[in-house]
Write a protein of this length. Structure first.
Length: 396
């Protein structure tokens, strides 16, 4: 039985995601395990569509098992995002291959780029560029260009290439037997605002949803009704706006020393952030006041959401502690039976499974539960605290 893995957000699940799952099946996979972000995302915001709706959409369109990527990995930069996803898929003991879409579509050149970024040759040049005030991403790209040339450096400008390179790097770091495979992305680029054909970026679909426009052309037919139910509880200005006053309250109650304890805070950023918070009346005021060449907007959004969710640097140091299954179909159930025998981490399918977790595992699980409870405040209608549930699909 050939079992493949995918790491994703699916916010929302769209035709491009179905295309990749279909290609994986065509490539000989018997079962596809999806490791998907929970209710908070890499962009430092609540997911527009809740995790259970996204899990069900995936199971209806080619996934066989959906595993949750905990918030401390999901709401992180590319390196930790990849570490969490690969770490969990590797720990299942059943995944043979990892598939991802990339702008390149060429696994060999992405492997060369992974060689480049872990090479000792770029370390000194990287330090030089960082000391000039450039961001880590820009500094790394320039250092790679200096040593390995423009063609390799160009790969580091595209978000899905970057994630793919981090996947390859993490597979090597963990000495995993998973084989990395890629297909060229089809349709619009990540975060592209253009609309051509029936595959457009998730960010563009989110924009259309917020504006109340028709998205039926861009998502599988069996997904549209699912999304409609979730969309019906969306505030006009998205979930982050609904939480804005609460986030500002949290930030205003924090000292500079407490801000310094947040993930991704370094080089005295806490002092600058503290000063801006005292004057800001909106989240945009804070982001625009702190943003610089060194600090990308996505990094700043994650810092802000970490403060609100109560996620500390200690939380971000933990490796994956468990495998939480959000849903499965009949085909996935047989793979779960194999996983129970082969997994190096405990499986969580119901609350009682968490009682046997290690202290670190309980801490990670409780963080996830707290984030879900906060997420329930982000809709147009405030919901009660959410208990875990399992999505079961009867298709093959």
């Amino acid at each position: 039985m050939k079992i493949s893995g995918v790491i994703c957000e699916y916010d929302p699940f769209h035709n491009g995601h179905k295309y990749l799952l279909d290609k994986i099946r065509e490539d000989g996979s018997d079962c596809t395990v999806v490791c998907m972000s929970g209710n908070f995302t890499q962009r430092g915001e609540p997911s527009l569509i809740d995790k259970y709706t996204r899990a069900k959409a995936a199971l209806l369109n080619g996934a066989d098992i959906v595993i949750e990527l905990p918030v401390t990995f999901a709401c992180s930069g590319a390196e930790r995002f990849a570490y969490g996803g690969i770490g969990i898929l590797n720990s299942t003991g059943i995944c043979d291959r990892l598939y991802f879409g990339s702008e390149s579509g060429n696994i060999s050149v992405l492997q060369k780029a992974a060689d480049a970024i872990i090479s000792d040759k770029i370390s000194e040049r990287l330090k030089t560029y960082l000391s000039s005030g450039k961001s880590f991403a820009s500094s790394r790209e320039l250092a790679v260009c200096d040593i390995y040339g423009e063609e390799t450096a160009a790969l580091l400008r595209e978000p899905n290439n970057i994630l793919g390179i981090e996947y390859i790097k993490t597979i090597r770091k963990l000495k995993s037997n998973i084989t990395a495979c890629t297909f060229a992305r089809k349709g619009a680029a990540h975060n592209s605002g253009s609309i051509t054909g029936d595959i457009i970026s998730a960010s563009k679909i989110r924009e259309l949803i917020i504006k109340g426009q028709d998205i039926s052309k861009y998502v599988p037919e069996n997904t549209l009704s699912l999304l409609s139910e979730s969309i019906s509880n969306l505030p006009d200005n998205t979930r982050i706006k609904k939480l804005e006053t609460a986030i500002l309250y949290k930030l205003r109650t924090m000292t500079a020393e407490e801000l310094a304890g947040l993930p991704d805070i370094s080089e005295g950023l806490e002092n600058r952030l503290y000063s801006v918070i005292r004057k800001a009346c909106t989240l945009e005021d804070i982001l625009s006041g702190v943003k610089s060449k060194r600090y990308a907007m996505s990094r700043l959004r994650r810092i802000i959401i970490h403060s609100f969710l109560g996620i500390s640097k200690m939380d971000m140091m933990l490796a994956p502690q468990y495998i939480k299954i959000l849903g499965f179909n009949k085909n996935g159930l047989s793979a779960i039976k194999k996983m129970k025998k082969s997994s190096s981490l405990p499986l969580v399918m119901k609350y009682s499974d968490t009682l046997q977790l290690s202290p670190d595992g309980k801490r990670m699980y409780q963080t996830e539960q707290r984030c879900d409870d906060i997420y329930s405040l982000s809709g147009d209608i405030i919901l009660p605290c959410q208990s875990s549930k399992m999505i079961k699909i009867n298709n093959q």
